[in-house]
Design a protein around this ligand. Structure first.
Ligand SMILES: Cc1ncc(COP(=O)(O)O)c(C=O)c1O
Length: 358
């Protein structure tokens, strides 16, 4: 029996999508093989790959001057590959640090080029984030890197900044959660395992002109331009996650597209924050304007009750509520595929637990 899964990633995928995958698993549309055993160069697979890309372009309204890449390596690979590609522009870039992932991106990127950390909320445990347009951006920055949704700290920058430098965003835990204006970004990257599908796939959406400023001296596998030239098939792509991602995109379109998910996600988050804020037992430390709608960390007034909370929530069919090991407490990740009903069940359980132990 499937339970409510609040994992931060790999995360819940719609049951409808998984059922379709199951139906096609052994023999994909009378091809005689499963998707996992099929050449990525075959006509059948090429059609799957092409359709997934086209569906994503439609969902996000990606303009024609952008390339969309389906790569391996995760977001971690991306925040290393980005400075390698764009190091030659001015030799420096600005980073905004609002949580564990942007901190890591800065540390890794600094091994490759001279980066400037123009904002950090580490002093307050990443419970706040800036309005990027108010920051002083270095004149010689090749690009500005930030993360609109810090998965571990539940710290978000909701407004898309409008700046006159190439803007790069790690959207691993927020992509497809609401409509965005892609043209504000030079590069967007996102690991698939939260709002897109199974782990192993990473999406990159990149402005073609920006891409062409990339370092030509790199090995091909590290060059965005080479991945784009070969339609993300420079080497064997993550065929199965790409196929599942295609199904997720179709499911999202059927549900009502990004406008629908924005409304649903805001409603789910509103209900959970409202419950937490009205309780004396639970609290969320993030500044109200920066609260994530995807990952909601919360602590109990008595931390000794944490393990009881976790075992009891599991017994009640609510999985993976433990906060990240670096911050402790609890965290509910409520991505697109988590229905409102799952959040209501969580709130019901939290209320019961508070009444029993609070
Ligand atoms: C915002 C963000 N960036 C980067 C990563 C690292 O992703 P990966 O494990 O795909 O390298 C994660 C993973 O959870 C994430 O949430």
């Amino acid at each position: 029996m499937r339970k409510w899964n609040f994992c931060a990633g790999p995360a819940v995928i719609s049951e409808e999508v998984i059922s379709e995958v199951r139906a096609e698993l052994l023999d994909y549309k009378n091809s005689g093989t499963s998707i996992m055993e099929m050449s990525h160069r075959s006509e059948t697979y090429s059609n799957i790959a092409y359709e997934a890309k086209e569906d994503l372009i439609k969902l996000l309204h990606i303009p024609k001057n952008y390339d969309v890449l389906f790569l391996q390596g995760g977001a971690t690979h991306q925040f290393s590959m980005i400075p390698m590609n764009f190091k030659n522009l001015t030799g420096t870039a600005d980073y905004i640090t609002t949580g564990a992932w942007t901190k890591k991106a800065f540390i890794e990127g600094s091994k490759i080029m001279d980066l400037k950390n123009i904002y950090s909320s580490e002093d307050n445990n990443f419970t706040s984030a800036p309005n990027i347009e108010d920051l002083k951006i270095s004149e010689n920055a090749s690009y500005v890197h930030y993360c609109p949704n810090e998965t571990i700290h539940g710290n978000a920058i909701h407004e898309i900044p409008n700046i006159n430098k190439p803007l790069i965003a790690d959207m691993s835990s927020s992509i497809l959660s609401k409509p965005i204006d892609v043209k504000n970004f030079s590069l967007i990257y996102a690991g698939a395992q939260k709002n897109i599908g199974p782990a192993g796939l990473t999406l990159v959406i990149i402005d073609k002109d920006f891409m062409l400023t990339g370092n030509e001296a790199l090995p091909n596998i590290l060059k965005y331009s080479e991945h784009a030239k070969s339609d993300s098939m420079l080497n064997t792509p993550p065929t199965f996650p790409w196929y599942v991602a295609g199904k997720v995109f179709k499911w999202m379109q059927k549900m009502g597209g990004l406008d629908y998910f924005k409304k649903q996600n805001e409603l789910k988050a509103y209900k959970l924050y409202e419950f937490i804020d009205n309780s004396h037992f639970y609290s969320n430390p993030v500044e109200i304007n920066n609260r994530s709608i995807m990952n909601i960390p919360f602590i109990l007034s008595d931390s000794k009750l944490e393990s009881t909370f976790l075992s009891s929530s599991e017994e009640n069919g609510l999985l993976n509520l433990k906060g990240h090991r670096s911050v402790g407490g609890m965290r509910a990740s409520i991505y697109n595929a988590m229905p409102l009903e799952g959040v209501e069940e969580l709130i019901k359980f939290m209320d019961y637990f508070e009444k029993k132990y609070g």
